[in-house]
Design a protein. Structure first.
Length: 583
């Protein structure tokens, strides 16, 4: 048996050498050490520093033909982990991770063991999906999640305060020390807040929601535009968690009746990240939302955002104009600000004076003068915009046109030799013209100043790790005019560990660009209706947002269901320029 084990170990070692993960000399040293002290060859190589645990898991998963992973917080649901009794989990060398429907994903040292899988099925009544895990890694997390007294604190022990460094002072005004203050200073609360932030960063979340409930606190992350619950601390910890976040955000921990806002700069996982903190009183306690502004994951390349060559050319033509107004439209969360930042990134240089007015300033960019709106002291969009016209700007970005006064000042700036970029809340490009008219802006001013519109949406991208083929429902194909394609395979995500079993990972932009040509300017000046504008655009072979969304499906980047979901607010069917579609 020993010879067989050594022979098996040598085969693994040969594979590692062949893959270039270790050298023959490192393998020889590890084999010698294994013969004297025992253990698996992979563990010996990891302990010696010749191989990382992640590389070993990948090599073993390829060797066995199963998925592999390194366990981490956020991957394990504490309630699901208890589905298998502690003694049985240790005997079988397993740890349940999470459950989707009746499928239970289980970390196993021997994922190919059918008897172990049969026993797990009998214990849980679930279909078992095994993933390979290293034994030392498994034992560490079994201790954290399977202890008899397991609670939130028990699996926070490995998250140290040093994992997150807050670069702005956390000091608040001195006051009487209360029991709550002492509780906030305790490491379990600090660790819980750190864990929530670290896990959110690693999961690519854009927001962290900390919400009170009658029996618990819910910690949910917004990932790719969708909220997912990740942690569920006991209800008794909620007040302390809120106070800790307020201290970090330099907010008043004594004020619980009014909304507050704060901001903090942190270094986490070696990355500099800004957190924008908002508190809101509810009937069950205060709710906290932390917006994560991670510049390391932000791309200002229009192509990277999903903009195709034709659309990029039209946008660049607008922003290269010496003066005029370009508006980006779409609902909240559709990526409008990122598109504006991308345009500014193309324009910024030492010869151009760029000034922005934002509420709030989300990302700080070099060579750009950024102004934060502050209604409390009277620094509104309109007042700031009027003032910066005396600052000799070349390019002005206004975060949002919300009212008639802001719109009129922005248009006057565009007419007097400035390039003005801003956003507008409308569903699509033709609707943007009507929105400006509804605000009371004179049609001749719109016609004279407007360069064009960019309308956009963000659709979730198919996860590349679990991409598979499928046949969409015939009714769905008929809805977009693809009745003849019922026998054609389309792409979707099957769901895997990498995408939290959603089938999606990341997002792609869908863009509609409308340049104001001579005829459109004439129609606007003559107060043409939105229907007339749509008919003209359709006759000009202009492609609306829904058409561009279907291109994303054609390229295999997203699913038909997803792009229809994000473009449904248009209320348009393909080829229906009047806007009387059934969607």
């Amino acid at each position: 048996m020993a010879n067989l084990a050594i022979e098996s170990a040598v085969r693994l070692g040969d594979q590692l050498v062949r893959d270039g993960l270790i050298t023959p000399e490192q393998l020889a040293e590890a084999l010698a050490k294994q013969q004297s002290s025992g253990g698996r060859i992979g563990s010996v190589l990891v302990d010696a520093g010749a191989l990382t645990a992640g590389a070993l898991v990948q090599a073993l998963s390829r060797r066995l033909g199963v998925k592999g992973c390194l366990l981490r917080h956020g991957l394990i649901d504490p309630q699901v982990a208890k589905l298998v009794p502690k003694e049985e989990a240790e005997r079988l060398r397993v740890l349940p991770l999470f459950k989707v429907g009746d499928e239970l994903t289980v970390a196993m040292v021997e994922p190919q063991s059918l008897p172990v899988q049969d026993r797990l099925r009998a214990l849980t009544g679930c279909t078992i999906r095994p993933v390979l895990v290293l034994e030392q890694n498994l034992q560490e997390y079994q201790r954290k999640y399977l202890a008899a007294e397991v609670n939130v604190d028990s699996f926070l022990a490995s998250v140290e305060e040093s994992d997150i460094h807050i670069t702005e002072t956390e000091a608040v005004d001195e006051g009487p020390i209360t029991d709550l203050d002492k509780m906030v200073e305790g490491s379990p609360i600090v660790n819980l807040v750190n864990l929530a932030i670290l896990t959110a960063l690693r999961a690519g979340a854009s927001d962290i929601h900390i919400e009170p409930d009658r029996d618990a606190t819910h910690v949910r992350y917004r990932i790719d535009g969708h909220l997912r619950e990740m942690l569920k601390p006991p209800k008794g910890m909620h007040a302390a968690i809120v106070s800790r976040v307020k201290v970090v955000g330099r907010m008043d921990i004594a004020e619980k009746r009014l909304p507050q806002e704060g901001r903090v700069h942190i270094i986490a996982d070696g990355r500099e990240v800004d957190l924008r903190v908002s508190s809101m009183p509810t009937i069950l306690g205060e709710k906290i939302v932390l917006r994560i502004l991670d510049k390391s994951k932000l791309s200002f390349e229009l192509e990277t955002l999903g903009m195709q060559a034709e659309e990029r050319g039209a946008v660049e033509a607008m922003i290269r104009s010496p003066y005029g107004l370009m508006l980006v439209t779409g609902p909240t969360g559709s990526g409008k600000t990122t598109t504006l930042y991308s345009a500014l990134d193309l324009l910024r240089n030492e010869a151009t004076n760029i000034i922005t007015i934002e509420d709030p300033v989300e990302y700080q960019l070099p060579l750009i003068n950024q102004i934060q709106v502050n209604d409390g002291v009277g620094l509104t969009f309109v007042r700031a915009l009027r003032s910066i016209l005396r600052q000799d700007p070349d390019v002005i970005m206004v975060g949002e046109i919300r009212d008639q006064e802001t719109a009129q000042v922005a248009i006057q700036a565009a007419l007097t030799g400035h390039l003005v970029l801003s956003t507008l809340h409308t569903n699509d490009c033709p609707g943007g013209v009507m929105r400006l008219m509804d605000m009371g802006v004179e049609p001749f001013l719109i016609s004279a100043s407007l360069l064009g519109f960019v309308a956009q949406r963000l659709a979730r991208k198919i996860c590349p790790s679990c991409k598979t083929s499928y046949y969409p429902p015939p009714a769905l194909l008929k809805r977009v005019g693809w009745e003849a394609r019922t026998n054609e395979l389309f792409q979707k995500g099957e769901g895997c560990r990498e995408c939290n079993n959603t089938g999606f990972r990341g997002r792609v932009g869908i863009f509609e660009v409308m340049l104001m040509d001579t005829e459109l300017k004439r129609m606007v000046q003559n107060e043409a209706s939105e229907t007339d504008i749509r008919v003209y655009l359709a006759q000009s072979n202009w492609r609306m947002l829904r058409d561009k969304a279907l291109d994303v499906v054609q390229r295999g980047e997203s699913t038909l269901e997803e792009v229809l979901r994000v473009t449904r607010s248009e209320n348009l069917e393909v080829g229906d320029p009047t806007g009387r579609g059934a969607d």
